[in-house]
Design a protein around this ligand. Structure first.
Ligand code: ATP
Length: 218
């Protein structure tokens, strides 16, 4: 297990308002950490603060490069007419592309991630024609195609149905366990925390308390 991120005594602020004070926690490879807490406590702002302070901050210490972090925001609304094929949309997630066309290796990476996220049969479907759940898998695949070491998922207000969320999280868990990727998952759903979380960082009364989820169950 490798250290991916260390946060110590970080104040999360919005303008002059402190949302979370003296926050400390660690994220290790291969673990899934849920960020929980009521609406408006500052979960999304906290993640944005971490990313903004990627470098040169005494309180935030990433042990990976910026391009090894991927952030999947809440389900985005894609227009029905959005014409890009799913395989091409996923390809946009490839980094450090030198050539305007895809190399053999890049094509293989896209194919592999489409298999892992059960999208192979939709490769040539325009993204706008995919269902909400399929689109969410496409965003995940686009984030995974560059083999991130830290994947941040924000489901704050996403309106996916319960079964679709469980399916998506199962996929995330399988893939990230295989690749030893760390996951930060902002969620309101206690069931998902119990089912998939290794840790729960609960934000409450301007404090963040990290608990081991398995520890709570046992
Ligand atoms: N750009 C902004 N300008 C002003 N206020 C903001 C801005 N972004 C967030 N806020 C406020 O900061 C607080 C924290 O917001 P944030 O989105 O981080 O909370 P959250 O815990 O992620 O909430 P939710 O679970 O509802 O998504 C809220 O009171 C919100 O209204």
């Amino acid at each position: 297990m490798k250290k991916i991120l260390e946060v110590s005594n970080l104040d999360v602020k919005l303008k002059e308002r402190t949302l979370i004070s003296r926050l400390s926690f660690e994220i290790n490879s291969g673990t899934l950490t849920c960020i929980t807490g009521e609406n408006g406590v500052g979960k999304t702002t906290m993640v944005k603060t971490l990313l903004k302070n990627f470098k040169n901050n005494n309180h935030v210490n990433f042990h990976i490069k910026r391009n090894q972090v991927q952030y999947v925001p809440q389900l985005r609304n894609i227009d029905d007419d959005y014409p890009l094929m799913i395989k091409d949309f996923i390809g946009l997630g490839l980094q450090n592309k030198l050539l305007p066309w895809l190399s053999k290796k890049e094509k293989l990476s896209i194919e592999q991630v489409m298999n892992e996220t059960n999208l192979a049969h939709l490769a040539r479907t325009p993204l706008g024609k995919a269902s909400g759940g399929e689109q969410q898998r496409v965003f995940l695949a686009q984030a995974l195609v560059s083999n991130p070491k830290l994947l941040i998922l924000d489901e704050s207000t996403a309106s996916m149905d319960k079964d679709a969320k469980i399916e998506l999280l199962k996929l995330v868990k399988n893939i990230t366990e295989k690749t030893d990727t760390a996951v930060i998952f902002i969620t309101h759903d206690p069931l998902l925390v119990q089912k998939f979380g290794d840790y729960d960082l609960e934000i409450k009364n301007q404090e963040g308390i990290l608990k081991s989820v398995k520890g709570v169950n046992n």
